[in-house]
Design a protein around this ligand. Structure first.
Ligand code: ZN
Length: 163
């Protein structure tokens, strides 16, 4: 059942959208019959497994932009540099390599992307702390004392004791 594609539908999809729905019947099972990559998009010819109609999707890889929601509710674009600076400061004169820091940031960034487009600065701080705790305890304490803003000294002492 081959239909000529007079009714070619062009659909834009972003990376991360799992379901490619048929524009005719909304079925989510399609077969890719042809694929062509260009610089910033992938063109796929698809055939719906249910109704047999064909359509073309243009799938674009869009960089996921993450916004950080700060304590006072303001939003700012996530900055890798800023995170790196914060971590480097905490790791100053500690046996932590740049590679370890870069790797940690990569992991954190991946996590954030899975999470969605908005994340609180607190959540980022928690992720960093979890990483630093594994890498270097002193760096962790330094970072935590800035980010967590321990409510009182006892809480801070308790945290140190737990290490
Ligand atoms: Zn269909």
């Amino acid at each position: 059942m081959v239909k000529e594609d007079i009714n070619t539908t062009y659909c834009m999809y972003q990376r991360g959208e799992k379901e490619m729905l048929c524009p005719y019947c909304s079925n989510d099972e399609t077969k890719v019959t042809d694929k062509r990559d260009s610089k910033d998009e992938t063109r796929r010819r698809r055939e719906c497994l249910k109704c047999g109609k064909r359509f073309t999707t243009y799938e674009r890889i869009e960089p996921v932009e993450i916004f950080v929601v700060k304590k006072d509710g303001r939003r700012e674009p996530f900055s890798r540099e800023k995170l790196k600076n914060g971590m480097m400061k905490a790791c100053e004169k500690r046996p932590v390599s740049m590679e370890q820091i870069e790797q940690s940031i990569n992991l954190i960034e991946e996590k954030l992307k899975q999470h969605g487009s908005e994340v609180t600065s607190k959540a980022i701080g928690e992720l960093v702390m979890r990483k630093l705790k594994q890498i270097d305890k002193i760096a962790y304490i330094r970072f935590a004392s800035v980010y967590r803003e321990f409510e009182d000294l006892n809480e801070f002492k308790r945290e140190i004791k737990e290490l």
